[in-house]
Ligand binder design. Sequence first.
Ligand code: ADP
Ligand code: TRP
Length: 329
Amino acid sequence: MSDLKNKKQILLTGIRASGDIHLGNYLGAIRPAIARQNDFESYFFVADLHGLTTTPPAEELKKNVQSITAAWLAAGLDTKKTILWRQSDVPEVLELCHILTCLTTMGLLERAHSYKDALAKSKTVKAGLFLYPVLMAADILLYESDLVPVGKDQAQHLEMTRDMATFFNETYKPFFKLPKALILDDVATVPGTDGRKMSKSYGNGIDLFAEENVLKKQIMGIKTDSKGLADSKVADEVVIYQLFKLIASESEAAEMKRKLEAGNYGYGDAKKELLNKILDSYGAMRKDFTRLISNPGDLEAELRRGGEKARQKASKIIKQVKEIVGLAS
Ligand code: ADP
Ligand code: TRP
């Protein structure tokens, strides 16, 4: 009885291997996940199969996997207590993806924002992108996840995951639990340097682990209005301040707000403060990242170790799922 009571809930999240980690990824998904790693049975992965949906050159995809792995570790992921793996090392996820595909209506997938956005940009959308939410649901359900830390842009994918779990449970028998998204209000949508949502695909990121000169260029490139040095600014509308507030202490943020509103404090001054705050707060993490990324053999070893553990869990679940749907296992 006490065993059941003490059983930890399952926390899971993945980061698509599609480029370098930016502040939005870190604040929206990685930091909330790591902050809870000890309170849950935790599963964190590098979503290389999702990265494949844009068919980057093979070398680029591999490099992205390394950099996301190094980012997870530099951010404090403890592989003694959690499982870190590369999505494609557990092929069972593709079996579950197919089973869920058979239960999912075209209509549900056609409503996905990710698909609609892709359709708006180009008439020829690849089926891999169309099925993106099904693979994501398979990731989540295969590990019996309870809580999934993500940014707000993934909220719809989590709702779709719950829909797919429900289709399965109603078609066959109650089996999957319905996972919940963990979306923190203040970092639900971290703004990018142009004021839109920070995203790898908009090229408006502040790349947390980039070299200092790159980081500086990105921060100095944050869009501002034409107010001059002497003018009073509306702090809440200033992207530099919106970002600073997410990293600095309450009193530091209040001080920047006061200075912006008082005037005689320019956007350039605020940008310098933001850069220094990032270098200050994340200096140790950035150093760790540099060390980790220069040892790809160690990163690979971590992923393999984690992959074996993840696979043990996944194979247990897929065996039961195949039994339920009538496939040999
Ligand atoms: P991107 O949009 O840059 O390609 P991903 O899709 O790889 O980012 O996102 C990885 C994780 O980071 C997801 O949980 C996503 O919700 C979160 N995330 C991405 N951008 C932001 C943002 N601007 N604010 C908050 N969370 C974000
Ligand atoms: N779709 C997520 C993104 O684009 C990445 C991802 C894949 C994910 N599988 C997941 C996130 C499972 C949480 C849980 O950011």
